[in-house]
Design a protein around this ligand. Structure first.
Ligand SMILES: Nc1ncnc2c1ncn2[C@@H]1O[C@H](COP(=O)(O)OP(=O)(O)OP(=O)(O)O)[C@@H](O)[C@H]1O
Ligand code: SF4
Ligand SMILES: [Mg+2]
Length: 332
């Protein structure tokens, strides 16, 4: 998956996460997802709503709740087998070694504690600092996240902050234990365009100063182009194409990636991935073959038989599409 000899910081192999439907059937929201992320690297995970991006992120953190469960695959992070860890070991990893930032800060922030208390509590839980030292460090982290008047804001509750400030507070909370990986799930989608740009700048700056690896989940290919080293495109619960951002954007191989890029007229509000005709099939409604087939302009008979295998199409590039399948290139 990567050209360096060091094992990647995060490696996901053949992940399958299923949900039980009310009728008792179990269906996969994520199928055969493999990805790798090196220390300090940013991977953009992109795809339309319902493609399985958040379920992938939750699986990596082992936060999938019933009726969902991880049914197959391996997840290795920093030398540890995430699927083999007990809850206590997982709590050490979550927040301490892997920070997470969600689209809606109110989900991550506790409404009954002040921002400063929450950061100080995280520092205490992870045995980084306690008491007055933790409170002082909390203010420093709010300053690092460019929260103006941080000492006063630290004493405020989440609902007292604007959306942009809440997102900065959540970034401070996610980073205060100095994790080596941050998973950011649509970190700017709920914000207006100016604030979005400020938050992305902040993430870029902190990523560089802390040497973070970033798994950045987004609908927005413009964000991927600006922020990511590599991109993985998801559709119907599978990664259908991945590779270095420049290569994938220059020569997209999968018809879905081609469609997404064709929908990019270059204006900021044209970047939303809404223009490919048709919609992502809902859970349990995937076709037997390629999930993209009902929307694909290149559909062949073979596309409806079974989901295409992953084919290697060059240095660090893979695609899942029968148009690229060959006896030598199929890797899974
Ligand atoms: N708790 C759940 N119970 C049942 N189905 C779920 C659950 N969570 C997610 N799903 C289903 O899994 C599929 C993937 O959802 P997921 O949230 O990962 O999509 P996403 O790519 O993050 O979309 P979005 O861009 O809208 O956030 C969807 O069909 C969704 O309905
Ligand atoms: S496998 Fe077939 S239907 Fe799927 S993207 Fe490729 S050409 Fe289109
Ligand atoms: Mg999501």
């Amino acid at each position: 998956m990567n050209s360096t000899s060091k094992p990647p910081l995060l490696r996901v192999d053949g992940l399958r996460t299923v949900f039980a439907l009310p009728d008792g059937r179990e269906v996969a929201a994520v199928s055969d997802v493999s990805l790798a992320l090196n220390a300090g690297e940013t991977l953009g995970l992109v795809g339309e709503s319902g493609s399985g991006k958040s379920v992938t992120a939750l699986s990596i953190l082992r936060l999938v709740m019933p009726p969902g469960r991880i049914a197959a695959g391996r997840i290795h992070f920093d030398g540890q087998d995430i699927l083999a860890l007990d809850e206590a070991a997982l709590r050490t990893i979550r927040g301490r070694k892997i920070g997470f930032i969600f689209q809606e800060p109110m989900v991550a922030l506790n409404p009954v504690y002040t921002i400063g208390q929450q950061i100080a509590e995280t520092l205490a839980v992870h045995r980084i600092a306690r008491g007055a030292a933790a409170r002082a460090k909390a203010i420093q982290w709010l300053e690092a996240a460019r929260v103006p008047d941080a000492a006063r804001r630290a004493t405020e509750y989440p609902h007292q902050l604007s959306g942009g400030l809440r997102q900065r507070a959540m970034i401070a909370l996610a980073l205060c234990a100095e994790p080596s990986l941050v998973i950011a799930d649509e970190p700017t989608t709920a914000l207006d365009v100016t604030v979005q740009a400020e938050i992305l700048d902040l993430l870029r700056e902190l990523r560089a100063s802390l040497g973070l690896a970033l798994l950045l989940i987004t609908h927005d290919l413009g964000v991927v182009a600006e922020m990511a080293d590599r991109v993985a495109v998801m559709y119907g619960g599978r990664i259908v194409e991945d590779g270095p951002v420049g290569d994938v954007f220059r020569t997209p191989a999968h018809p879905y990636t081609q469609g997404l890029l064709a929908c990019l007229p270059g204006t900021s509000d044209g970047r939303r991935l809404t223009v490919i005709p048709g919609t992502v099939p809902s859970l349990g409604q995937f076709p037997a073959g390629c999930a993209f087939a009902p929307r694909c302009p290149h559909r062949l008979g073979a596309c409806d038989v079974a989901p295409p295998a992953t084919t290697s199409i060059g240095a660090d590039r893979r695609v899942r599409c029968v148009l690229h399948e060959s006896a030598t290139g199929v890797t899974s």
